[in-house]
Design a protein around this ligand. Structure first.
Ligand code: P1T
Length: 389
């Protein structure tokens, strides 16, 4: 039976785990964790479906089918981390001296990776406020190859018009890569908006339980897929079968989790916006967000990530963070438990203060990954921590 025409909720449970999915399957309802690193051949020239687990592994194969289905693409590829997937893209698509245009507010580790490529391979990088598509077009150079977007961005939740930027990119023969980590494929499918390649930190909502580091790439273009499939094996940063199993399992509740992350986040963003000790709230689901309507047009939800500036500076932010009891002070996001962090000192400390200031990441900025706990418990915890500063 094929589930390709079913709704997201059905595909996220069944694709890749159909009982008859594998040659020699025992009709398992749950994909087994295939630990074998290598596979016996029937004959020297008859390798069968799997040969060596770095190249392909049945548990990963099941997951890669599901990745493609959830992003509505033809192909999916699994990686050992989000940054391994990003590295594979740079390695596969770029040559020394090429130029990339990125949103000025990207995950700090992505900017650090670009900086590494600047030093090693003379990569040109222009970071622009892609919330204004004309700034992207103005940054195009003869050596530009890629436009790299997040929408919403990490950590300032800026939103860009993926369709408008894809149209500009394609007029100039450029590829558009969208890091879709924040909304997950449940709320947004960038391929349907014209993007060429989707990348995810699977570590976040896709796996969903803060117990996996993983990455994914999804795309339609067969030629690029073949190059990526080749480099995936050649570079070797693949996920373990156990991690693939955890992701297959986590994905089954992605739709339920995302709805709950979002309804909690809407309530908490509203609470923060009214709080006298809060200077400013960044959440695309607030009507006061400058791209509220754009996000509503290109995605079916706003997600569970909120940032806000606390009144004061680093001192007040740190005092607040260290007073919380239910929110966990930790990097990362997208798990069922609420996490909170200080971008300037934590997730975005890998970029220079000058780069942070240019992007608008102040020392008073706090980023929250709203979990799926009871929202009144979460608000009570925020309340008692605000009362301590
Ligand atoms: O951590 P890893 O799985 O390698 O993914 C990197 C990455 C890529 N893209 C986005 C949008 C991300 O947020 C991340 C990782 N981010 C964090 C760890 C964080 O706390 O923001």
């Amino acid at each position: 039976m094929t589930h390709q025409n079913h709704a997201f909720e059905t595909r996220s449970i069944h694709i890749g785990e159909e009982p008859e999915f594998f040659e020699g399957s025992k009709n398992e309802v749950v994909a087994p964790i295939y630990l074998s690193s290598t596979y016996a051949r029937k004959a020297v020239k008859n390798p069968g479906q799997f040969q060596y687990s770095r190249s392909s592994n049945p548990t990963r194969f099941a997951l890669e089918k599901r990745y493609a289905s959830l992003e509505k693409t033809t192909y999916g590829l699994g990686y050992a981390s989000g940054l391994a997937a990003e590295s594979a893209l740079l390695f596969t698509l770029l040559n020394p001296g090429d130029h990339v245009i990125g949103f000025d507010d990207l995950y700090g580790g992505t900017k650090r990776l670009f900086n590494l490529w600047k030093e090693k391979y003379d990569l040109g990088v222009s970071l622009v406020n892609a919330a204004h598509p004309h700034l992207v077009e103005e940054a195009i150079l003869p050596q530009t190859k890629l436009i790299w977007l997040e929408s919403p961005t990490n950590p300032l939740l800026k939103v860009c018009d993926i369709a408008a930027i894809s149209e500009i990119a394609h007029r100039h023969n450029l590829l558009v890569i969208v890091d879709n980590t924040f909304l997950s494929p449940y709320f947004q499918n960038p391929i349907l908006l014209g993007a060429d390649i989707i990348v995810h930190s699977v570590t976040k909502y896709i796996a969903g339980h803060s117990d996996v580091i993983g990455g994914a790439i999804m795309l339609n273009d067969q030629k690029i897929y073949e190059k990526l499939k080749f480099s995936q094996n050649a570079l070797g940063a693949v996920p373990s079968p156990f991690d693939c199993y955890l992701v297959l399992r986590g994905l089954k509740t992605l739709s339920l989790r995302m709805k709950r992350h979002e309804s909690n986040a809407i309530a908490i963003a509203g609470y923060l916006e009214k709080h006298p000790k809060v200077e400013r709230v960044y959440y695309p689901g607030l009507p006061s967000h400058p791209q509220f309507e754009l996000n509503a047009k290109q995605a079916s939800g706003f997600g569970g990530m909120i940032s806000f500036e606390i009144k004061g500076g680093e001192k007040e932010a740190v005092q607040f963070l260290e007073s919380l009891e239910l929110f966990t002070l930790a990097e990362s996001l997208g798990g069922v438990e609420s996490l909170i962090e200080h971008p300037a000192l934590m997730t975005h400390a890998s970029i220079t203060k000058a780069e942070r200031e240019l992007a608008g990441i102040k020392d008073s900025l706090i980023r929250v990954s709203i979990g799926v706990e009871d929202k009144a418990d979460l608000i009570n915890d925020l309340d008692q921590a605000f009362a301590k500063i």
